[in-house]
Write a new protein. Structure first.
Length: 220
């Protein structure tokens, strides 16, 4: 079973930038927003010639890529898969089917996103899959606010995408520094019990991956 991580946060909070220290030779970047990455020189690291970059929001294309990464000897070197962002998938699907009427299109979208997340858990054990997602912050009349993954349609909201992950990091900027929050702080952030002692850690996915690997090895 692959290790699966979610990173949620507002635009500009450092979700994509947190991938900067992954080795491109071991990483497949699936750019669902089709906007490119957020650090200088990324085009030399991730591109079609290196066969480690795909710009698509089509779930069928992503699923096919996951199958190749999981089973083909040509992709055995891939250890990390980034799917950035879930919202790119949802919004593009919504726009492509905007003229369709009825509830079916929302059910189809919810099913495809749910099945995509579920599929990643069936991939080979040495893979780490990282989803990124934008957030939505809701406030009630008393001023209480709560942040969760932003979804398209009521069906996905009812499913609660965070329920499919054991690790949900909240990317934030605090005092001018990009950080991950590891535990619920008026949000759906969460990590395995005892894996992270601090509420806030550096915005670096390699540190997160190393910490989770050590946590899992200690549990064995």
């Amino acid at each position: 079973m692959a290790t699966v991580i979610a990173i949620m946060g507002e635009s500009g909070s450092g979700k994509t930038t947190s991938m900067r220290n992954l080795l491109p030779s071991e990483t497949m970047y699936i750019d669902c927003d089709k906007k490119g990455l957020s650090w200088r020189g990324w085009k030399k690291q991730y591109n079609g010639e290196s066969k480690n970059y795909i710009a698509t929001s089509a779930v069928s294309t992503i699923q096919n890529a996951l199958t190749k990464i999981d089973t083909s000897p040509n992709f055995a070197h891939i250890k990390f898969v980034i799917i950035d962002t879930l919202n790119g998938i949802m919004i593009d699907d919504e726009m492509e089917r905007r003229k369709e009427k009825g509830y079916d299109k929302w059910q189809d979208m919810a099913a495809s996103v749910y099945e995509l997340i579920a599929r990643t858990y069936t991939l080979r054990n040495d893979l780490t899959v990282i989803f990124t997602a934008h957030t939505q912050t809701e406030r009630d009349d008393s001023g209480y606010q709560f942040t969760r993954i932003k979804t398209s349609g009521k069906k996905l909201e009812k499913i609660v995408p965070e329920s499919k992950f054991t690790t949900v990091l909240h990317a934030k900027i605090i005092d001018g520094k990009h950080v991950f929050e590891t535990k619920a702080n008026n949000s759906t952030a969460k990590t395995p019990m005892g894996a992270f002692d601090e509420l806030q850690i550096d915005n670096d996915i390699t540190v997160v991956i190393d910490t989770l690997k050590k946590y899992e090895s200690d549990e064995d």
